[in-house]
Design a protein. Structure first.
Length: 275
């Protein structure tokens, strides 16, 4: 569905993304991770056809997405910072989205509004909403759009435990319908449990890692008194105690015992190294 090869983006000759190369299938739940300022939102905007790449190749549904109606009509890009007219209420946003997306589900939109308790605030002007309410209306639009490819920019901002659970429940149900979701987020611990893959952007604006959920099966968390082993993606030492996340095969060669790491452990370690 999405294919990028040596993709680049510059603003006023300043590089934001450099040498982005990856492929994403046509279904599942995928995360776009990285520290602030590495270009996550920029990459989503290019995939959505809203920004033109400065170099390289990008195809979505086999076509170049920029200003391409045949691609943009199949993609929904939304998030906490989506701009709407200052006078629009939450109800106005939902009504506009219903006209914009051909596969819109009003039943799902109504259910999400109710589950998020946004139906009680439907007349509220969007510009006066909290960050959490804006995040929730972005989720309503994204999930109810029915778009084949839904791009969610920071969907977790301001969500409490209950509303995060509401989001996950509906997202997992929709992923079963062969839709594709890609979300830029900093929230790794919970998100990792539902991901099919994660694309990690490094500080140089390039792809640091692209991990499938099952890739984490090859890593362990080892503790003991040892120097930093080759291949470790995270290593910490305090006095005579060390802790590392490293390939299971490497741990076995060194005689280190460890517990199985999950995708969340691996992703957190990668981002910790970037810090």
């Amino acid at each position: 569905m999405i294919s990028a090869t040596h993709l680049e983006k510059q603003f006023r000759k300043q590089p934001v993304l450099t040498d982005i190369t990856f492929e994403l299938p046509g279904s599942g739940i995928h995360a776009l991770l990285g520290r602030n300022g590495v270009g996550k939102s920029t990459l989503l905007a290019m995939i959505a056809g809203q920004l033109k790449p400065s170099g390289g190749e990008l195809t979505v549904f086999g076509e170049q997405p920029f200003d391409n109606a045949s691609v943009m009509d199949r993609v929904c890009f939304t998030g906490v910072d989506t701009a709407y007219p200052a006078s629009w209420s939450l109800a106005d946003i939902v009504a506009a989205a219903a006209k914009r997306y051909p596969h819109w589900s009003q039943d799902l939109a109504d259910t999400l509004m109710r589950d998020f308790a946004l139906d009680e605030h439907a007349p509220t002007i969007y510009s006066k909403c909290s960050r959490g309410q804006r995040a929730m209306i972005g989720i309503v639009v994204g999930l109810a759009s029915g778009a084949e490819l839904t791009l969610l920019d920071e969907p977790y901002v301001g969500l409490d435990v209950h509303n995060t659970s509401v989001f996950y429940r509906h997202l997992l149900e929709l992923a079963e319908s062969q839709r594709c979701f890609m979300m830029a987020t900093h929230h790794i611990e919970d998100a990792a449990k539902i991901l099919d893959s994660a694309l990690v952007l490094g500080r140089q604006g390039s792809v640091d890692r692209h991990l499938l959920a099952e890739d984490a099966d090859g890593y362990v968390i080892a503790s003991g008194d040892f120097d930093e082993p080759a291949g470790a993606i995270a290593y910490r030492r305090h006095a005579s105690a060390a802790r590392a996340i490293l390939p299971a095969a490497t741990a076995a060669e060194l005689g280190l015992r460890g517990q199985a790491a999950d995708l969340g452990d691996v992703l957190e370690a990668i981002l910790e190294v970037q810090a």
